[in-house]
Design a protein around this ligand. Structure first.
Ligand code: CP
Length: 297
């Protein structure tokens, strides 16, 4: 159950009713930012690079009237002196009311949540999950289509290392959808995620999008590949170009968790179906709803 003093480690922690409740709150915050987190302090601990997640959480906290303390990268922290992850979390919890954590280690958020007495929110743990991204993805889809049920959703690109795809596939268990996973065979959704998917899905290398309502494009996660050679073999295989747009449904939407590199051409941005910048903006309101829920119940 989400609420005061709980944690958000996996999207599996969030039920359908809780998602709907967060969306109602996010919608209300879009219209009017209540200062519900005055005199509260959020710690954003980002041990991996980020633009959107860190800044949108910080913006969300400030819009709610709260304060933020922040770490971006390990430079300048006592991790450089050899302090353990566990001790870092034990220290930081003394200085704040909630922790938003990004870390390269899978399960770092689960470990932090088992140590800290303040809420821990997973902002991306290695190749594992990115649950708050999924909440803003679902919010964006729901705003566009009113109902998520019945949609056909394509996910394309790096489905192996892309944690946003893992969380989104599992978050969609709260709805009745069908999914098409489009990737090189070496970058398929991991079996442990597939085993937990409740919706119908197909896997293919072909970029067939003409029957899809949501096209969820992802970046090939260069930094996760054990060898540069393996990355070079799959780099640039899938692209959305102006040419691709001709094959898409008129009322489909293109999403991307961002950052993009080369998988969506800039010429696509002006198309009405390109929703990825609006998607990133929605992140602020969804994260306001998350923070309000964790800090106020
Ligand atoms: N979508 C996302 O996680 O972006 P950042 O890495 O910039 O936070």
């Amino acid at each position: 159950m989400l609420g005061r003093n709980s944690d958000l480690v996996s999207i599996k922690d969030v039920g359908t009713d809780e998602i709907e409740s967060l969306f109602r709150k996010a919608q209300a915050f879009e219209e009017n930012a209540e200062k519900s987190c005055r005199e509260r302090i959020l710690a954003t601990l980002f041990f991996e690079a980020s633009t959107r997640t860190r800044l949108s959480f910080e913006s969300a906290m400030k819009r709610l009237g709260g304060e933020v303390i922040s770490v971006s990268g390990i430079e300048g922290t006592s991790v450089m002196k050899g302090e353990t992850f566990e001790d870092t979390i034990r220290m930081v919890e003394n200085y704040c009311d909630a922790i938003v954590l990004r870390h390269p280690m899978n399960e770092a958020a689960a470990l932090a949540a088992s140590i800290a007495n303040v809420p821990v929110i997973n902002a991306g743990d290695g190749t594992n999950e990115h649950p708050t991204q999924t909440l803003l993805d679902l919010y964006t889809i729901q705003k566009e289509f009113r109902s998520i049920d019945g949609l056909k959703i394509a996910m394309i690109g790096d489905l192996k290392y892309g944690r946003t795809v893992h969380s989104l596939s599992l978050g969609l268990n709260n709805y009745d959808v069908s999914m098409r996973f489009i990737s090189h065979p070496s970058l398929r959704v991991p079996d442990e995620i597939k085993r937990e998917i409740k919706n119908k899905f197909e896997e293919t290398e072909k970029m067939k999008l003409s029957d899809c309502d949501v096209i969820y494009m992802t970046r090939i996660q260069k930094e996760r590949f054990p060898e540069q050679r393996a990355f070079e073999a799959v780099k640039g295989l899938y692209k959305i170009s102006k040419e691709t747009l001709r094959s898409l449904k008129e009322d489909s939407i293109i999403l991307h968790p961002l950052p993009r590199v080369e998988e969506i051409e800039q010429g696509v941005d002006a198309d009405k179906r390109a929703h990825y910048f609006q998607q990133a903006r929605n992140g602020v309101f969804v994260r306001m709803a998350i923070l309000d829920t964790f800090l106020n119940g």
